[in-house]
Design a protein around this ligand. Structure first.
Ligand code: G6P
Length: 366
């Protein structure tokens, strides 16, 4: 699926830059301004069936699993349905309880990941309701699911997934909006989310345009051999995906941690040589996240804050600014600077971005 580099140094860089366009494609014809909801015809579920869903579980591997965690948070926030994400590679081996009131969502860029396909087949055997949220049309997972939402990210060549992941979260936001609007999400809240989704491509463009600033941050941390990625609640899956990106292409050891768990053990690792990337959205947890930064600083750890808030001056060593959107959508936007951070760190280290060692674009065998 070689669609040309168009002058970019590598596919990852090209695909990062494509995100305003690929997100616009995911949203095309799917936002309903009038009823403040999303139109996802491929789901083939009418309002009554949508209302009968009591729980949502996202299944995927690698970045698709982390994106699924963002999806689960969105469903809980917007639809107030219990939701979670699980690695498809675990689900298939643990004799899962499959219940008919749960909507299972198989998430995959390639649609060919063996573990995810096997999870879908196990669900089919046990009578679970499963939809696919897949990028590749005609792929095995898309066919096996039979209904779902295509991501419309376009072909993704880079092993490290960027635009497909962003489109996953964008599509999850629409699913959550739809599930919310057949329950008790208000028109006003629905409209707030519809408008923020509509504006998302422009916000992503602003992050991509800030690349030089992100590259500079990457240069400052190029000596680090270990890094923490820290976030809480909405920021936690963002931190996990940020750490994953860095590991994949730079081979720097990155560990994601829930901010509140840091003090229960891993804070022992913090010193001058262990920087932390802290996800700091301007939401109801801002004060908590500022506290986390202070704890890290007090132990001599350098801090790179990714934020859309006004932080106290000098609190973080480096700040990466993210434009504002609605708080529920922060995880989508906060992922973009972390892609660029991983990219530029790996570049600093002279890595082969599009051919990271030991990895395959899609793992079709066990
Ligand atoms: C591989 C890739 C990951 C990807 C995962 C799931 O391990 O290296 O980047 O997230 O597969 O791929 P999928 O195509 O199912 O999204």
């Amino acid at each position: 699926a070689d669609y040309g580099l168009d002058g970019y140094a590598d596919y990852m860089r090209k695909e990062i830059a494509e995100q305003p366009e690929s997100v616009r494609r995911a949203l095309l014809g799917r936002l309903d301004e009038r009823f403040a909801t999303a139109r996802l015809g491929g789901l083939r579920l009418d309002a009554r069936e949508l209302r009968s869903i009591r729980r949502v579980k996202f299944l995927g591997c690698g970045s698709a699993y982390y994106a699924g965690q963002i999806g689960a948070n969105l469903v809980e926030e917007l639809a107030r349905l219990p939701a979670d994400a699980e690695p498809a590679s675990e689900f298939r081996y643990r004799n899962p309880v499959v219940d008919g009131d749960t909507l299972y969502v198989a998430v995959s860029q390639s649609g060919e990941t063996a573990d995810t396909l096997a999870a879908v087949q196990e669900l089919a055997r046990k009578g679970g309701r499963v939809i696919g949220m897949v990028n590749a049309v005609g792929s095995a997972i898309a066919r096996e699911c039979g209904s779902g939402v295509f991501l419309h990210a376009g072909p993704e060549v880079s092993v490290a997934s960027t635009k497909a992941v962003t489109n996953m979260s964008t599509c999850f936001a629409m699913l959550a909006l739809l599930l919310g609007r057949v329950r008790d999400l208000s028109v006003a809240d629905g409209r707030r989310v519809v408008e923020a989704l509509d504006a998302l491509p422009a916000r992503i463009q602003e992050v991509v345009a800030d690349e030089e600033h992100i590259a500079e941050a990457a240069r400052r941390f190029a000596d680090a051999r270990h890094m923490f990625f820290v976030g809480r609640v909405r920021g936690w899956p963002v931190a996990r995906e940020g750490a994953q990106k860095l590991k994949e292409i730079s081979y720097v050891h990155a560990e994601a941690y829930q901010a509140g768990e840091l003090k229960h053990g891993p804070i022992a690792l913090i010193d001058r040589s262990m920087p932390s990337v802290v996800i700091v959205p301007d939401d109801e947890l801002l004060a908590k996240n500022i506290g986390t930064i202070e704890q890290i600083k007090a132990r001599g750890g350098p801090v790179l804050a990714v934020t859309n808030a006004e932080l106290p001056r000098g609190l973080a060593d480096v700040e990466l600014r993210v434009p504002r959107t609605e708080p529920e959508l922060d995880p989508i936007l906060f992922g973009i600077p972390l892609q660029l951070l991983a990219y530029h760190l790996a570049k600093q280290l002279g890595r082969d971005i599009d051919k990271p060692r030991n990895l395959a674009k899609s793992v079709t065998v066990e």
